[in-house]
Design a protein around this ligand. Structure first.
Ligand SMILES: [Zn+2]
Length: 321
């Protein structure tokens, strides 16, 4: 039901390379590292259609979800607010954020208008931001802005499946500041599964059941799958799923998409994105998990039969060594 490639909204300007060694988060560099990793595996040529000519967001786009005071601080580098994302401030960082946030929206918009094409925004760093500050390693509320733009332009409603290891507070914390957010992302559809191991999978299954009802009633039109790698038990900052459980969640989601498409007799707009994933000892493990998720999508929804076994190194700080 879907085209054989994943349309990927990636511009090299969405990557921030300077000062990265001073920061715990590799998120600003992750899009580039992941694309390079996929290329080395020989996957980018045949399975990912890279679209790089989208325009970056400007300050006015961020006003949808943030106060003027906060935006001024971030755009000019005024402390302490410009460091509320726990990242070293630089002009290059701000420029990259204008691209990551645009990538998130353009991928969502394209999926909504071309439902037979899975889209992908290789980006992270959105879901802890608030109207008046950043949070975690997140600067701007990209989810809020993307969903609001989609709703205001097309009247379409988004559900976010946020499988990052940390609760995504950005949408809930913006509901008062952005009144039509309750339409753009109806309450209950900023989905963050809870629990650990089997309970986490059961929580996901429960939410997928509720989401299916909403989609079949036309109360949700588009779905974003954000399978953060920090929900893996060996991540430095997360840890609720084994490798098998983490991949089981991917399988559950993509199989569910197929089942819902069979009921609707048309493809559901699906967009993928990255969210968290932190390994100081072995970043390859983070990239390998994201790759396993993308391969699962290509095999389950795009008609391929690719072999890929994720290689996750045991984390000595997490595994009791
Ligand atoms: Zn996280």
């Amino acid at each position: 039901m879907y085209k054989p490639t994943i349309k990927t909204f990636y511009n090299h300007r969405q990557v921030m390379e300077n000062n990265i060694e001073k920061s715990f988060s590799m998120s600003p560099l992750k899009p580039k590292l992941l694309l390079r990793y996929l290329k080395r595996l020989g996957l980018t040529e045949h399975f990912f259609e890279i679209h790089h000519t989208f325009r970056p967001f400007v300050k006015e786009d961020f006003l949808i979800a943030h106060t003027e005071k906060y935006l001024d601080a971030v755009f000019t580098g005024t402390k302490p607010l410009c460091n509320s994302n726990n990242l070293p401030w630089s002009r290059e960082l701000v420029k990259s954020l204008c691209y990551t946030n645009a990538s998130l929206y353009k991928a969502l918009e394209f999926a909504s208008q071309n439902p037979d094409q899975i889209t992908f925004s290789p980006s992270a760093g959105f879901h802890h931001a608030r109207p008046e500050s950043g949070g975690g390693f997140c600067t701007f509320s990209g989810q809020v802005i993307a969903s609001i733009k989609l709703y205001r332009k097309y009247g379409l409603k988004t559900a976010w499946l946020d499988l990052d290891g940390h609760f995504g507070n950005s949408i809930e914390d913006s509901r008062e500041f952005v009144p039509d957010l309750n339409n753009a992302v109806p309450k209950g559809f900023n989905i963050n599964p809870s629990g650990k191991h089997l309970d986490y999978k059961l929580s996901l299954a429960h939410h997928l059941n509720l989401l299916e009802v909403a989609i079949l009633r036309n109360e949700i039109n588009c779905v974003v799958w954000a399978h953060g790698a920090d929900s893996h038990e060996d991540d430095d900052m997360g840890g609720v799923c084994s490798t098998k459980e983490w991949i089981d969640c991917s399988r559950m989601f993509y199989t569910w998409v197929n089942e819902i498409n069979a009921k609707r007799k048309k493809p559901l707009p699906v967009m993928l994105t990255l969210f968290g994933g932190y390994r100081m000892d072995d970043y390859h493990s983070v990239l390998s998990l994201h790759t396993a998720d993308l391969i699962c999508c290509l095999n389950t929804l795009c008609g391929h039969k690719l072999e890929y076994k994720p290689t996750i190194r045991l984390n000595p700080t997490r595994s009791g060594f």
